[in-house]
Design a protein around this ligand. Structure first.
Ligand code: SF4
Length: 312
């Protein structure tokens, strides 16, 4: 069996977030949906896998913005000229329109194109809202290409851009930890690691994520936390939040990750093979405000007395 087809236990900030939100959601996302891409997979597995891919409109639009920037930064790293921003905006808006149509037609059920939560669950979104999403997308891109960060990246010598949205991981006490960074580059003796945000995130809410980057940088490049500049740039608001990375933050994050891994592993029947306990051991949070946003609502059907939710 190829390594990529083994359901290896690993840790990421996203996994931790889902685990904290609802253990049953975590079970759907990391166990029940595993293997659902195979033609001969059982129907429940295929369903869970299909639902796993759903994205809310703002998350999806954010990923289009990230993808556009990723292409530009890869080009910069290879010495290829970046397209004018008007052209990037036009291409990305087109992708948004086409992706939305494809999702509305349900192409994702055949494994094609994006899968929007709104379409799977029949949640109405009026034209005004789609226009606002398109306007936000454009604002994010225009802010990014006019930002000091893009200017700094454009002025770098060849080879100074180290990573762009790569699926990077490191070993943390025997567990693989994923640290996918939006961009990492060298300036003199220092390393800058950046996260692009496209929503109205609370600055400072990313401490664990950014401290993971410090752990990664220490292992990958042998860098001390004090030689890192961690920044979170909110593209929608054109606002940069800088983080200090020090040994204390790294230690706090390490104990957080250690605790989170232990909690997750306590729900494994066979930790060596990442085999989970039975489904019932993964409690349903069953709270309206959390379930409403959940991909698996359709198959989970949580007991929500008197709460009105969109169910197909
Ligand atoms: S619908 Fe609610 S209870 Fe069910 S998995 Fe999702 S968040 Fe958990």
């Amino acid at each position: 069996v190829p390594a990529s087809l083994v359901n290896e236990f690993s840790w990421s900030k996203t996994r931790d977030h889902i685990f904290r939100l609802c253990p049953r959601r975590y079970w759907y996302a990391y166990y029940a949906s595993w293997g659902g891409w195979a033609e001969d997979a059982p129907e429940e597995t295929r369903q869970a896998y299909l639902l796993k891919k759903l994205a809310w409109r703002w998350v999806w639009v954010g990923s289009l913005v990230h993808d556009a920037i990723e292409v530009s930064l890869r080009n910069l790293a290879r010495g290829i000229a970046v397209l004018p921003v008007d052209r990037i905006v036009e291409i990305t808006l087109n992708l948004m329109r086409n992706g939305w149509r494809s999702s509305k037609r349900g192409n994702y059920r055949d494994g094609r194109g994006p899968a929007l939560h709104e379409h799977e669950y029949g949640i109405p979104v009026d034209d005004g809202e789609w226009r606002r999403m398109a306007a936000n997308l454009e604002t994010c891109l225009r802010n990014f290409y006019a930002s000091e960060h893009f200017a700094a990246l454009s002025a770098l010598p060849p080879g100074a851009i180290l990573e762009v949205e790569e699926y990077s991981s490191f070993d943390f006490e025997g567990t693989r930890v994923w640290a996918v960074m939006d961009a990492a580059w060298r300036t003199g003796e220092r390393l800058v690691i950046a996260d692009w945000k496209t929503g109205e995130s609370q600055p400072g809410s990313q401490e664990v994520q950014l401290a993971c980057y410090s752990l990664y940088a220490a292992r990958r490049w042998g860098l001390d936390p004090s030689s890192l500049d961690l920044l979170e740039y909110n593209l929608l608001l054109d606002r940069t939040h800088r983080y200090r990375s020090d040994q204390g933050t790294v230690e706090r994050t390490s104990s957080y990750i250690r605790g989170s891994i232990a909690d997750m592993r306590s729900l494994l029947a066979d930790p060596a093979r990442n085999v989970p306990l039975p489904e019932e051991r993964f409690a349903k949070v069953a709270r309206g405000e959390i379930c409403e946003g959940c991909n698996y609502l359709r198959i989970c059907r949580p007991p929500l007395d008197g709460e009105r939710l969109h169910l197909p």
